[in-house]
Design a protein around this ligand. Structure first.
Ligand code: FAQ
Length: 309
């Protein structure tokens, strides 16, 4: 009976065991996971665009090879995550459609432009840094396929974070102009990075239920604070000033000033600096790739027909 299934599910969650695709799960649990995993997957592939913008302009062959590898990793993360979402009974084509028609979100952070090479460093250091803080606890998510995908993703994100820091560290030892470029990038990426963690706890409609289900392990504000505490000492090593005059150390934590939640809301509503460009580019890439999907389907059909002869 349903009550029996629910009891079994609750026991698994209480015992901190994993839920697997064939297990019974409440409809709300499935829906929340599809939403979060799909948004995460969309973020990975939309997140390729701001950095792809600099592949042809990387300052050396070595930097170009590293950046290419990073952007390819993001495509791979998207694929594992779409795969994890598919175990919940949705089709990837359906999820792509929800993205292209604006019915599913992707992370706010990827709606900001990449104006200089220093932005490649700032994205690695701050955006991947925030992604790691948010995603390491997701390796213990109650849904098995998502948790397992996160393990590999987090390993790759650590490399991404290090490469970003190293770009900035090199700029910090460079000319005065390079130092200014570094500071300008940090000024532009700091606040949007803090917004990646989502709305404050008292305005986060999904947190309580997601935490009760073991999908999320920590609240948005707790993770945001963890990120700030980790990042402030690294900013000192780089010799940059974080653009927050209220930042101060108090009782074991770096307290930060108010976040501009009106800006966050505007970006979520599609009014960020690059929202339109990101979605148009994604749709065009999807249309341009139609022949690849058709060819792959025709090939698969042929293989199936051959094996059934
Ligand atoms: N942007 O109730 P909550 C990466 C939405 S890292 C846009 O708190 P929840 C790596 C939220 O969906 C970035 N929307 O929601 C990379 C909900 O809307 P809905 C991706 C946001 O789910 C680096 C509403 O606000 N990482 O890609 C944002 O409990 C460099 C209410 O919020 C993940 O997705 C936002 N920042 O908590 C790639 C991690 N924040 O759906 C390339 C997994 C909130 O009800 C280059 N996701 N919203 O209409 C999570 O941990 C959670 O989903 C949160 C939000 C923490 C993002």
């Amino acid at each position: 009976s349903d009550a029996e299934q629910q009891r079994r599910f609750d026991e698994l969650i209480a015992a901190d065991e994993r839920i697997e695709p064939r297990d019974w799960m409440p409809a709300g649990y499935r829906k929340t996971l599809i939403r979060q995993i799909a948004q995460h997957a969309h973020s990975e592939i939309i997140g390729m665009q701001p950095e792809a913008n600099w592949i042809t302009r990387a300052p050396s062959l070595k930097r170009k090879a590293i950046l290419l590898a990073k952007v390819q990793d993001e495509a791979g993360h998207g694929l594992y995550l779409y795969g994890a979402a598919e175990t919940l009974g949705v089709e990837r084509a359906e999820l792509m459609d929800l993205l292209h028609t604006g019915r599913q979100k992707y992370s706010s952070i990827f709606n900001y432009p990449t104006l200089t090479w220093a932005d490649m460093g700032a994205i690695g250091w701050l955006v991947d840094g925030a992604a790691i803080v948010n995603q390491v606890p997701l390796c213990r998510c109650s849904y098995g396929p998502y948790a397992r995908a996160m393990v590999r993703i987090c390993k790759e994100e650590s490399f991404h974070q290090r490469q970003g820091f190293e770009i900035l560290y090199t700029l910090s030892r460079g000319t005065e102009a390079q130092g200014e470029m570094l500071q300008d990038a940090v000024n532009r990426w700091w606040w949007p990075s803090l917004m990646m963690f989502g709305p404050p706890d008292d305005e986060s409609p999904n947190s309580a239920q997601s935490m009760a289900w073991g999908i999320k392990r920590h609240s948005n504000d707790d993770l945001r604070q963890r990120f700030v505490d980790m990042t402030v000492p690294q900013a000192e090593v780089l010799g940059v000033t974080l653009p927050d005059p209220e930042l101060k150390y108090d009782d074991g934590h770096w307290r930060y000033g108010p976040i501009d939640w009106a800006e966050f809301a505007a970006v979520l509503k599609g009014r960020g600096p690059c929202n339109r460009q990101r979605i148009e580019h994604r749709r065009k890439a999807h249309e341009d790739g139609a022949w690849v999907r058709e060819a792959a389907t025709a090939y698969a059909d042929k293989q199936t027909a051959r094996s059934q002869r």
